[in-house]
Write a protein that binds this ligand. Structure first.
Ligand code: NAD
Length: 472
């Protein structure tokens, strides 16, 4: 009996500043050897990730189930498949991405030729989050490797099963002299952030984003901050109601229970149209999750008791609880909250202040659909903004007037899967972007190179600056 408790008492070795320093030193040595810069090395690592995704798919979806009760099919389509397509795209396009880009030169440098040569940055850090804990860890790593960097991944401690699986899989499948995982929470991340990196990609809240950026500033390290915000969906009354309802549900409740950075956070619609929209949402929600959604296997749970308590507090505020038109039920043991719709809560309600990041949907009603602009603009710029309408002028105006990280008309969330589009925020929702070629570019330096020969050397540019030269 004494022996069986020993492993639990055994403390994990502390990952402190000294260890972080040694790790970065090793990775820099590896980078300086030039190995990771070679096309063949990059391809070998991408192929290893591809193999890992094929062979270990089941373990990945099981870890996501442990962390979030994420339905296996949802885990497959929203995490594993996305990682596969990211990896396949990199394998297919890498040669092309790595090619220097020829640019034309001017008369000033005649005769000459010029090109932009993408080169890896060096040693990069990826700090990931818990809501899509597999994809949001592996996708930036794919970008960092494609660009020829060495990389440290710090997954989120809030999704421990996925974090530990990532550490095991990366150790087993990838070149550990160049690609490493450090598991841990604040102390470990702080130790990592004290080091000099060549780029940091952070996914998470703006509050911690500020800590990351301040730490990076000490070393003049560039950052990509993938943050969040309140993503609005404006619904005009001319829509296909059933399709709109289904797509909103798919992007909120069937998307990790609303714990997604680009989930619809709140809806704005016309006052007279709201009852129709609510009844369509109710009908489709029942189709999706049955009469008792708390029992549904097709909806993820809330990630932790802390997040559960935060969401319950939003619902139980005095000025909100009376405005619930659907849902509000919760199961503390299962960490589940049923799909909840609240109508016309006051602007100063907590639920309208911060990003909700859960299965609660406020609907704000307006007399004129154009009133949506002032409502959206009164808040920080969101990571995504959505509009549902058939009105072409309204679409044009929305694209023109609303600034957001990304935008999607007549659907929500799935723009993230359009790999030709950069993914990133603006202002409070983040800076920089990644996905596909944008990942490659974000983890590369675009070096300007001008080639000249010794021919055609004109003396015009050299002193002495004679009156004849000045006349030219
Ligand atoms: P978080 O900022 O609390 O945690 C993210 C990471 O930061 C974790 O790895 C954590 O260990 C680390 N961290 C936490 N505290 C730290 C500290 N004091 N110092 C250093 N590191 C620290 O974020 P979260 O709650 O996990 O994520 C929720 C937010 O993330 C939401 O705002 C959401 O919109 C956003 N998000 C954005 C994207 C995107 O792609 N833009 C994707 C998912 C989530």
């Amino acid at each position: 009996a004494t022996l069986s408790v020993l492993p639990e008492l055994e403390e994990k070795p502390i990952f402190d500043g000294e260890k972080a320093n040694l790790l970065v030193r090793d990775l820099r040595k590896c980078f300086d050897s030039g190995r990771t810069k070679r096309y063949e090395w990059r391809v070998s690592q991408l192929e290893a990730i591809s193999k890992m995704l094929e062979e270990r798919e089941k373990e990945i979806t099981e870890a996501l189930y442990k962390d979030l009760a994420k339905p296996p099919f949802e885990a497959l389509i929203s995490e594993v498949s996305q990682a596969k397509s990211s990896c396949n795209e990199a394998l297919k396009e890498l040669k092309h991405w790595m090619k220097p880009e020829r640019v034309s030169t001017s008369i000033t440098t005649f005769p000459s030729s010029a090109e932009i040569v993408p080169e890896p940055l060096g040693v990069v850090l990826v700090i990931s989050t818990w809501n899509f804990p597999f994809l949001l860890s592996i996708d930036p790593v794919i970008g960092a490797i494609s660009a020829g960097n060495t990389v440290v991944l710090k997954p989120s401690e809030i999704a421990p099963a996925t974090s530990s699986l990532l550490a095991n899989l990366i150790e087993q499948y990838l070149d550990n002299s160049a690609i490493r995982v450090v598991e841990g929470a604040v102390p470990e991340t702080t130790a990592l952030l004290e080091q000099k990196w060549d780029k940091i990609l952070y996914t998470g809240s703006a509050r911690i984003g500020r800590i990351v950026m301040a730490a990076a500033a000490k070393h003049l390290t560039p950052v990509i901050l993938e943050l969040g915000g309140k993503c609005p969906a404006v619904v005009e009354s001319d829509v296909n109601l059933q399709v709109t309802a289904r797509r909103i549900i798919a992007s909120k409740w069937a998307c990790n229970s609303g714990q997604a950075c680009i989930s619809v956070d709140y809806i704005i619609t016309r006052k007279e149209f709201a009852p129709k929209l609510i009844s369509a949402l109710k009908e489709e929600l029942e189709q999706f999750f049955g009469k008792d959604p708390l029992e549904s296997k097709d909806m993820s749970r809330i990630v932790s008791p802390n997040q559960f308590a935060r969401l319950v507090k939003l619902l139980d505020e005095d000025n909100v609880s009376g405005k619930i038109v659907l849902g509000g039920q919760r199961d503390e043991k299962k960490l589940k909250i049923s799909p909840t719709i609240i109508l016309d809560v006051p602007e100063d309600a907590l639920v309208m202040q911060d990003e909700i990041f859960g299965p609660i949907m406020p609907i704000i009603t307006v007399d004129n659909i154009e009133d949506c602009y002032s409502i959206i603009k009164s808040r920080p710029k969101p990571l995504a903004a959505y509009l549902f309408t058939n009105n072409e002028q309204l679409k044009k105006d929305y694209v023109d007037k609303i600034s957001s990280g990304g935008m999607l008309i007549n659907d929500a969330v799935i723009h993230v899967a359009t790999r030709g589009l950069p993914f990133g925020g603006v202002e409070e929702s983040g800076m920089g972007c990644y996905h596909g070629k944008f990942s490659f570019d974000s983890f590369s330096h675009r070096k300007s190179v001008l080639y000249r020969s010794f021919d055609g050397d004109s003396s015009i540019r050299y002193p002495p600056y004679t009156p004849q030269k000045e006349k030219l």
